[in-house]
Design a protein around this ligand. Structure first.
Ligand SMILES: [Zn+2]
Length: 218
């Protein structure tokens, strides 16, 4: 479910940042084409920055894991006795009695020594093995899809209702996504919805105020 959560969060970011951007620019009394150019630029730059950020974070995680695994497998080859000792101590630390811990460590190392050490000493599980390009692509796409929503609303509604309709539709979708994210995470759905709508409304309000200040100054 990790990817679904990431996709929901990406779409969330896309909606909040693009609708805030559009409201901010609109509040400065910009023309429709200026608002749309800003929105599209926000979509593209946001999607690229999401992809780059995700790629770097997942790749550096993968590099760290790979280096740790290399070191671990060398240690296993050079000094299997202390490695057995080390794993035994880890299990004792987790509550097993010494003889049982030794037995568990021995059997797990006979089965797959590197996997046992990776999991119980380094905390690396197979599900964590990173796919940076996939992660980057997924978050860029979900951001772009989220960003398209306020952009589409901007193109179809009359300027007079732009504020109410952008804020309204965005908050409805955000509440929906917040509910899904909370549901996936097993958290309280109502709290999830309240939290995301509150912070998003705050973001849209802040950019609108700043935009209207600039609109009167410039
Ligand atoms: Zn080890």
């Amino acid at each position: 479910m990790g990817w679904l959560r990431a996709a929901v969060l990406g779409a969330n970011d896309g909606i909040v940042s693009t609708s805030s951007l559009i409201l901010g620019v609109a509040a400065s009394h910009a023309t429709l084409s200026t608002i749309l150019i800003a929105g599209v630029a926000g979509l593209v730059s946001g999607a690229i920055s999401m992809a780059a950020g995700e790629y770097i974070s997942v790749q550096s995680q993968a590099d760290t894991e790979e280096a740790a695994l290399k070191l671990e497998s060398r240690e296993l080859k050079d000094d299997p006795e202390s490695e057995l000792q080390e794993l035994t101590e880890i299990y004792v630390g987790r509550g097993l009695e010494l003889p049982l811990a030794g037995q568990v460590a021995k059997q797990l190392m006979e089965h797959d020594a590197l996997q046992a050490h990776a999991r119980d000493e380094l905390g690396i599980t197979e599900t964590l093995s990173a796919r940076p390009l996939q992660a980057a692509f997924a978050s860029a796409c979900s951001f772009a899809i989220g960003a398209l929503l306020p952009l589409l609303v901007t193109t179809i509604v009359p300027m007079t209702y732009l504020f109410a309709l952008i804020a309204g539709t965005s908050l409805i979708f955000l509440a929906f996504l917040g509910g899904i994210a909370a549901h996936i995470g097993g958290a309280d759905i109502k709290k999830g919805i309240l939290r995301v709508t509150f912070w998003s409304a705050l973001a849209m309000g802040a950019t609108s105020i700043i935009g209207s200040l600039f609109g009167t100054v410039l």
